[in-house]
Design a binder for this molecule. Structure first.
Ligand SMILES: [Zn+2]
Ligand SMILES: [Zn+2]
Length: 269
């Protein structure tokens, strides 16, 4: 039995409360309360807003702009970000929870809209929080991330630009890495779309790759029995896209510097 046979449920087999309305234009609306099917009538009066704008006015985020069939409430998208941040919940796990809330007995009969649970929401939030809501300019390197509020920086905390050269206002940075944060190669690399390449804490990919290609990396030998950084550098990378991650932070407060985090291909490289 192939996968298709499992997806196409016969309407008769679906309990009435989980059936989408027949013979009508309905929207699948995903909310924290459950997955709903709701019949919608858009306004088509002269001068009316576009369909996706009408949905956004109703605090519904459409999965696509052209003829949307699924929309998420702003509440569920915020809730997913909080769950992801505090509980480490993945998109697929979060959607499984919503299916379970919709039907505790038949969660598999609730339409799966996990793929539409957009990363785009997070980007829109970052743009808003960093003041790009009403500006047409695109963010520059690291502009969607915050640096330390307490550290002296020119024009901020210290009185003048010259102050940062005085010991009282000097900045101290630390660099450290994590050699366990491994990342596998993507299955379909062509499907990957970078939404905020270099706008946050990670460095810009193309510049970093160019730097790696143009830099000579000598093999190092460690006399230490288990020096992870050196041992990793001498092992094969295999299926891993990156073998660790490293960043620079202010020493006093531990805040990461925007556009300073890199991933390792081998050991500390
Ligand atoms: Zn109208
Ligand atoms: Zn600081």
């Amino acid at each position: 039995m192939d996968d298709q046979e499992w997806i196409d449920e016969d309407q008769e087999c679906i309990p009435p409360h989980l059936r989408p309305p027949l013979h009508s234009d309905y929207l699948t609306i995903v909310d924290v309360t459950r997955v709903h099917f709701i019949t919608v009538n858009y306004c088509h009066c002269p001068g009316s807003l576009l369909v996706h704008q009408q949905l956004l006015r109703g605090r519904l985020f459409p999965a696509t702009l052209q003829r949307p069939s699924t929309a998420f409430t702003f509440h569920v998208l915020d809730d997913f970000i909080w769950d992801n941040l505090e509980c480490g919940t993945s998109g697929s796990n979060y959607f499984s929870k919503l299916r379970r809330i919709t039907s505790n007995v038949f969660p598999h009969l609730v339409p799966d809209r996990y793929r539409e649970l957009l990363r785009k929401w997070r980007l829109l939030k970052l743009l808003k929080w960093n003041g790009f809501g009403h500006r047409s300019c695109t963010p520059q390197k690291g502009e969607l991330a915050l640096f330390c509020l307490a550290c002296p920086q020119p024009g901020h905390v210290s009185a003048s630009h010259n102050d940062i050269f005085r010991p009282k206002y000097s900045q101290t940075f630390i660099m450290d890495g994590n050699f366990k944060a491994e990342h596998m190669h993507e299955k379909c690399l062509d499907n990957q779309i970078w939404l905020m390449d270099g706008h946050g804490y990670m460095v810009t990919q193309s510049e970093y790759q160019a730097y790696l290609k143009g830099t000579h990396h000598a093999h190092e030998r460690s006399t230490c029995n288990n020096h992870r950084a050196v041992n990793q550098a001498n092992t094969s990378q295999g299926k891993l896209e990156s073998t660790g991650i490293s960043g620079t932070a202010c020493a006093q407060h531990g805040c990461f510097i925007p556009h300073s985090v890199v991933d390792f291909q081998k050991g500390e490289r």
